[in-house]
Design a protein around this ligand. Structure first.
Ligand code: 6R9
Length: 587
């Protein structure tokens, strides 16, 4: 143990850690056993909604609190597992009554409100594919995703509908039903929609769960690539096995513990660990309906007696910036584990955890495609600040280099940088990119799934994140495709060409900067720059729009005309321009 490591904390009295010793857990783990531990048998059927909710009700624990929603005025709405079961059964009945068949895509565009959670679990119960859409997306990303996803049903609020969906509705040919949650009952229902509450009211509160199996598609999450449109990642009902196992092994969840995952359910973390995995463990989810605010967060951690907290580096950095006086306004005797995901967690942030809460943040690594945590710092193990930790039991993770012959070679020597590769076969591995089998096949090589992240692995098997192997940008934890932003910019009549890169940002990790080439003869003036910025914000929404736009008279291009984002980035940041052939990045 080197001086800079942080020792593990003792396990909670009487409970012990789910993973008490890393080597032992790894040696004895099997996915068959993990499946049995969850489902209790060899039944060929498997349904996420059943495993998340019914297993507790069937064991007589329906009165346990499944979720607590906290609103702006700090009012709490509590939902028991029995109530959740009835609510999602109602929504499943609504879908069936609307004639929505198994396998159809049901999307939500909602803030963190109870209806989002019941829609997700109800859709899964009916055997539909659930697709969450982030509420801060603008009309353009929503249109792309609803069309690519073949969504048949959309649940949203009247406000979000008016602002973001009504303008694109005519283009959504496959969308059959829009269910509206009305904030103001005095306002008329938008044309071409039905009221969610009314349908729910008249629906029965029991439902025969669809007879889905491990390989049936359950979830559709959109993720971003360097080129082309967003990719629809499909995860199966079998994913719940890995989401459950990691909720125990990494997050160490136990029944009736209070768990707060701060990720929005518009993204994969907010579904896998803001909903499914933790509910299978019987915890109480804390759902804050408001946006980030340091004082509010500290109050929630203390007053709700949060036991386990799963958050993200951007939020941690914002708390660090707000100062330790705010942390010290409360005590946190219940808080026993803090974990992080989504972006590089710097060593200072890990150590700040010790200063502020007497314990480190435990970094975890995974992706939409992996469906569950793959690499982690485990609560029973010492933390090496700055490292993402080791492979989860049941997961074979390595770092590879491409050999001269074009194949993959596993890197054995410690500390050489390569790409993270995972051996396929874990139950939450994505089952496809929607309508894009070639792209799916291209993610695998020589028997490995290639994650697209660069890392090195030290002598103890700990992974250290280096960066992305492609041009995708992580900003405030959101994975953003430069292509999608460039496409929106190019819809502005004055713009001929655009290139988007990530520039370092002290809080968000990276911020988006766009370089814009104007059409011939259009003068590069400040009002136009602001107009293009406004155009991008309107189309893309606050979460995806570039923060900065600069005019450029000649964007660097390859001979074939492709814009060299990496060269642009190197120039912007004053980095060595290096070998231009590698700066082009993958096709
Ligand atoms: C869960 C999620 C995946 C990408 C991934 C990587 C980055 C995730 C990280 C991390 C450094 C960590 N990432 N965890 N980078 N350290 N602990 O975030 O999924 O939105 O698909 O993003 O996020 O680049 O490849 P997703």
């Amino acid at each position: 143990m080197s001086a800079s490591t942080i020792p593990a904390r003792p396990a909670p009295r009487g409970l012990g850690y789910h993973l008490a010793d890393y080597a032992t857990a790894r040696a004895s783990f099997s996915w068959e056993q993990a499946r049995r531990a969850l489902t209790g048998g060899n039944d060929t059927r498997l349904n996420i909604s059943h495993e998340a909710v019914d297993r507790h009700v069937l064991r007589g624990n329906g009165a346990w609190l499944a979720a607590r929603f906290i609103d702006r005025a700090n009012r709490r709405v509590d939902v028991s597992y029995a109530q959740l079961q009835a609510d999602c059964a109602r929504f499943a009945n609504v879908l069936t009554a609307l004639g929505i068949a198994r396998g159809s895509v049901v999307a939500t565009l909602l803030g963190r409100m109870p209806e989002l959670y019941t829609s997700a679990l109800g859709a899964l119960r009916a055997g539909c594919v659930f697709c969450p859409l982030f509420f801060a997306f603008g009309p353009q990303p929503l249109k792309t995703r609803l069309i690519l996803g073949h969504a048949q049903v959309l649940v949203t609020t009247a406000t979000l509908y008016r602002r973001k969906v009504a303008p694109i509705r005519a283009a959504l040919n496959e969308l059959r039903h829009v269910l509206i949650i009305r904030e103001d009952p005095a306002e008329p229902l938008p044309e071409g929609t039905v009221e969610f509450a009314e349908l729910i009211r008249s629906a029965a509160d029991s439902y025969q769960t669809a007879a889905t199996g491990d390989s049936d598609v359950a979830l559709l999450h959109f993720t971003s690539g360097t080129t082309g449109m967003p990719k629809g990642v499909t995860l199966t009902h079998g994913a719940v096995i890995a989401q459950h196992a990691t909720s125990e092994l990494v997050l160490d969840l136990n029944p009736q513990e209070v768990f707060w995952c701060t990720a929005d359910p518009g993204w994969v973390t907010g579904i896998a660990y803001g909903l499914i995995g933790p509910l299978t463990c019987g915890v109480t989810l804390i759902v804050d309906r408001e946006e980030f605010d340091p004082q509010r967060w500290y109050r929630i951690l203390a007053e709700e007696r949060v036991n386990i907290w799963y958050t993200a580096p951007t939020a941690i950095r914002m708390l660090m910036k707000a100062g330790l006086e705010l942390t010290a306004a409360h005590e946190y005797p219940s808080l026993r584990l803090m974990a992080s995901v989504g972006e590089p967690l710097n060593a200072e942030a890990v150590r700040w955890g010790v200063q502020a809460f007497g314990q480190p943040f435990h970094d975890t690594w995974w992706q939409t495609e992996t469906g569950a945590i793959m690499i982690a710092n485990f609560p029973a193990c010492e933390v090496v600040p700055g490292s993402m930790g080791r492979a989860v039991p049941g997961i074979e993770a390595v770092v590879v280099r491409r050999s001269a012959a074009g194949g993959l070679e596993v890197i054995d020597s410690a500390d050489e940088v390569g790409e993270i590769a995972l051996r396929p076969g874990w139950p939450s591995m994505f089952s496809g990119y929607l309508d894009n089998p070639e792209r799916y096949r291209a993610s695998f090589r020589d028997g490995w799934y290639l994650a697209g992240d660069l890392a090195r692995r030290d002598r103890d098997g700990c992974f250290w994140f280096i960066g992305r192997a492609d041009d995708v940008i992580k900003s405030a934890g959101h994975l953003i495709s430069p292509f999608e932003v460039e496409s929106a910019l190019m819809q502005h009549p004055a713009v001929a060409q655009a290139a988007v890169i990530g520039i370092p940002d002290a809080i968000a990790g990276q911020a988006l900067k766009a370089f814009v080439e104007l059409k011939n003869g259009v003068p590069a003036e400040e009002p136009l720059r602001l107009a293009i910025l406004g155009h991008a914000r309107r189309l893309l929404g606050a979460a995806v729009a570039p923060r900065e736009i600069a005019f450029s008279s000649a964007l660097p291009r390859t001979r074939s005309g492709k814009i060299m984002r990496r060269l642009l980035r190197a120039r912007e940041l004053g980095l060595p321009e290096g070998d231009l052939s590698t700066l082009e990045g993958p096709e």
